[in-house]
Write a protein that binds this ligand. Sequence first.
Ligand SMILES: [Zn+2]
Length: 490
Amino acid sequence: MDYEAVIGLEIHAQLKTESKIFCGCSTRFGDKPNSNTCAVCTGQPGALPVLNRKAVEYAAKAALSLNLNINTTSIFSRKNYFYPDLPKGYQISQFDRPFSEKGTVDLETADRDKEGHIEQWRLKRINISRLHIEEDAGKSLHEGMPESATKSYVDLNRSGTPLAEIVSEPEIASPEEAYEYLTKLKEIILYTGVSDCNMEEGSLRCDANVSVRPRGQKELGTKIEIKNVNSFRFVREALEFEIERQIDVLESGGKIAQETRLYNTNEGKTYSMRSKEQAHDYRYFPEPDLLPLVVDEKWQAKLRAALPELPEVRRRRMISGYGITEYDAQVLTSRKLLADQFESAAKAAKNPKRVANLVQSELMGRVKAKGIEVEQSPISMQGVAMSADLVERGAISGKMLKDLYDLCFERGKDFPVVYQEEGSPRQSTDTSALEKIADELIAANPKQVEQYRSGKKTIIGFFVGKLMTASKGQANPKLVNDLLTKKLES
Ligand SMILES: [Zn+2]
C-alpha cells in the first residue's frame, strides 16, 4: 500500500530582549548558573510578573512578518505542570486566546517520482495556526557538574526568557518540506531581527508531530510527537526514521500508539519517552496576575511600517534590478547582512550591474570551488565593488581581474590588499605597440581584410581575438576594437 505522511511543526524562538519577559533580569547566554535570577523568575511566593513591552514588540514583528493576524486582546494563561526547572509549578503561556493567528509561509517544494527524482518545483503555502507568547523554563543539568553522577543541577538563568511559539497546521507532506519550512521561517525571523535563531544555544527549538495514513484516506492517522530536536537536519532525519517506522508497524498489522518520542542523533532512531496515558493535563486557566494584553491598531501599523523588506520580496527585486539568477539571489538574500552588504557595494559602484555580474560570474564560482560560505570569501563586497570600478574605468582588463581574484583566494586577502601588493597593475593603454601588431595582422591576413571591406563587419572579431592573444589579455578590449576599426576602415 502507498502511504503519505502528515507533519505539523511547533517552533520555539527565543525573543532577543535584553531582560526577561516578566522581570528585569538579564537574558544573556552563558553566564554563571543562577546569576541572572530574582524573586519573580525563581517563582518566590508573592512575586508579581510585569510584562516586558519589548517582548510584545518582538513577538508582533515576528507575527506580522509571517502574515499572522494579531488579536487586539489576548490572554496569558497558566500551564500547570511540575518540573524541577519550573519553580512556580506553572509556565505563563497563552492558550485559548493567543497573541496572533492564521499566518502563512510559502515554500518551494519538489514533486518527485517513485524513485525520488524531482519532476518539478512548485510553490506551496503552509498555514500557521498561531504564534503566541510564553516564558521559557530553566534548565536541568544532568552532566558536567562536580557531583553529576549522583545529582541533577538546576540553572534558572533561562527561566523567564521570552519565547514565541509558532505552530503550523498539519500540512507538511515530507521531511524535505519540513526542512524547507524551517529554513524559510528562520530566514524570515532573522530578517526581522527579533531572534538570533541560534540552535546550538537553544534559541530556536523544534517539536514535530507526524502521522501516516494510506494515500487518499481522509482521516488522520495516530500522531506521534518528537520532542526537542536541535537542528534542522536532525528534524529531517528524525521524521524520515519515524515515517518508515510507522509504516512498518501498520504494514505488519500493528497499531500506532499515541506517544511522545525522542530522537537519538547517534543512532538515527526515535525512542518512546512517554505514552498518552502519562501525557500532561495542563489545567490551563487565565493568569490572574496579568491583565489581558491589548495591542492597539495604531501601534501595529507603526510596527508593520518599520518591518524590513522580507527575503522573498527582496529576492524578486534583486533578480529584476540587478539581472542576477534565481540561485544567486537566493544565496545573497539568505542572510540580511549579506544582502545589505551586496546592495550597498552595488550602489556605491559606478555600475551596479557590473558588481552583480562579478559576484555571479567570478565570486560565487570561486566560493563554491573552495567549499566555503560566501560570508567567508576573502573578497568582500566592497572589494568586488572596487574591482568593478577598475574594470569600468578601463584600468584593468577582465583577464587581469580574474588573475587578481585567483590571488585573493590563494592568499586569503581582500581585493584592495592584493591589488596593492601587486603594485596596482594597469592594463596597457600604450597604443604604439598594439598598432604595430595590428598593422602586422592586417598585412598577414589580406583575405579577412577583403571580407571586412566588402561588408562582413563581424570578421573584426577575428582580428580582436588575435590582438588580445598577442597582448596576453592585457589590452583593453574596447581600445583594441576602436583601433582595429580605424585601421580597417582606412
Ligand atoms: Zn528575574
